[in-house]
Design a protein around this ligand. Structure first.
Ligand SMILES: [Fe+2]
Ligand SMILES: [Fe+2]
Length: 441
């Protein structure tokens, strides 16, 4: 019998057999890294834009993007070649680092870069994923990506009114060129290689935080907490004094909550400063950021309902101005181990007093605030040691926190109390005016 002479087929490799899965895992991996980088860099918009509502919106989008990244990682890990590390490749990272721009750039132009170039490209990437994946074989990813497409479309709709009339053509072209060099986020389009003269500005001058945060049209001050009812809106001893009218306490706690805008602004600075952190740290930080933005909204929405003109409520800048002078792990230590950890006894008394008013909405908001804050302290215990390690801090946590409290006092002596009142005492909201406004006098 003649020997059969079928040409030898190359030995099948595991990679070849699993090509379809591996290709989808590769795309999911890219999408995970892109969402991760958005979470790292978009928070720099928060303290640079001035409108509270826009800050809140960015916080919400960062949180939702963190959710996308988490689900992508979870699904990705079901596919063997997704990889077990969480590192972001340089080719993606440098686009996001560039997108942060300079700290003195027009924040709405920077926002347009994120929202009119990078995020539409992400939406296009998700849509591409849906067209190339098998809808039945890859059903679990498909369902996720369909949800993300809807979220991305909504993010673009929600941001659009804020970017109307913003001329960002030059900046958008700059970022579009960086993206075209990749052929889109997934390399799905024809690559247009970058000109040799392309200027990666972040490589020349790394991004730094501005020395102060932006509160747009609102009046400013150093702090809303004080001891003089003719000067300050929140008189500390009044909060715990049983003789204070509960209606006064309610307005004061809403001012306190609204000023958690401080927490939004300085917490947002921690993301880009901890680029090497595990993703779960940024995930919890994103949740923390969004929680604080909701707490601030409690005050921002309720104060006008109680008759307060928001243009008379000065915004305090001290915490941002002081903390931004300290390294990120010290910022985070002050936030979670000092401000948040020590806020519970006073807030408990405040909650009991507000309950006298039978104001179900106020009780609900304060209860959720308390619950969220308990989680924030937990995040602090979980992540502060990791953040300390990122910066080579080897002292025991307690010793480090104690030293940081002392350092905060020193830095505050230089950078605190520097923001004069925008409004004369006769115009700004003070404790005395709250008494009159509430009819408590
Ligand atoms: Fe809060
Ligand atoms: Fe908090």
């Amino acid at each position: 019998m003649a020997a059969t002479s079928t040409p030898a087929r190359p030995a099948p490799t595991a990679a070849g057999r699993m090509a379809a899965v591996n290709e989808m895992a590769r795309l999911l991996r890219l999408l995970f890294e892109i969402e991760r980088e958005f979470v790292r860099t978009a928070p720099t918009l928060v303290y640079r834009v001035g409108e509270p509502e826009l800050k809140y919106l960015v916080c919400q989008h960062v949180w939702e993007s963190a959710g996308h990244a988490r689900f992508l990682r979870e699904r990705g890990r079901e596919l063997t070649t997704f990889g077990s590390t969480e590192t972001v490749r340089d080719s993606l990272r440098r686009v996001f680092s560039e997108a942060m721009g300079r700290n003195n750039a027009d924040p709405l132009v920077i926002a347009a870069g994120f929202y009119q170039v990078l995020k539409p490209a992400l939406l296009a990437a998700y849509r591409h994923y849906l067209t190339v994946t098998d809808p039945l074989a890859d059903w679990p990813s498909k369902k996720l990506v369909e949800e993300f497409v809807a979220d991305e479309e909504r993010h673009l709709r929600e941001i659009a009114p804020w970017l109307q009339g913003v001329d960002a053509r030059e900046w958008k072209l700059h970022l579009t060129q960086a993206l075209d060099d990749l052929g889109g986020w997934l390399g799905q389009d024809t690559r247009l290689p970058l000109a040799a003269t392309y200027d990666w500005s972040h490589a020349r001058t790394p991004y730094t935080h501005p020395a102060t945060c932006n509160r747009g049209k609102y009046p400013l001050c150093s702090s809303v907490f004080g001891f003089d009812p003719q000067e300050d809106p929140i008189v500390r001893p009044w909060l715990t004094d049983p003789k204070t009218d509960a209606r006064v306490i309610r307005v004061m706690v809403y001012v306190w909550l609204m000023m958690e805008m401080d927490a939004i602004d300085y917490l947002a600075t921690v993301f880009p400063d901890t680029a090497a952190a595990p993703f779960d740290l940024h995930y919890d930080l994103a949740r923390h950021l969004w929680d604080e933005s909701r707490h601030s909204q409690f005050g921002f929405r309720q104060l006008p309902r109680l008759g307060v003109d928001l243009m008379t409520v000065e915004h305090s800048l001290d915490l941002y101005n002081i903390l931004v002078q300290m390294p990120p792990h010290e910022r985070y230590a002050m936030m979670t181990m000092e401000f948040e950890a020590n806020s519970f006894p006073t807030k408990a008394l405040v909650m009991d007093r507000v309950r006298e008013l039978n104001d179900f909405e106020a009780d609900t908001l304060l209860a959720f605030d308390r619950n969220d804050e308990q989680n924030h302290v937990r995040y602090g215990h979980r992540w502060l040691p990791e953040m300390m390690a990122l910066f080579g801090e080897k002292r025991p946590v307690e010793e480090f926190v104690q030293a940081t409290r002392e350092r905060f006092k020193q830095v505050a002596a230089t950078y605190g109390g520097r923001t004069p009142h925008s409004l004369p005492a006769s115009v700004r909201l003070t404790a005395d005016k709250i008494v009159k406004l509430t009819g408590a006098a």
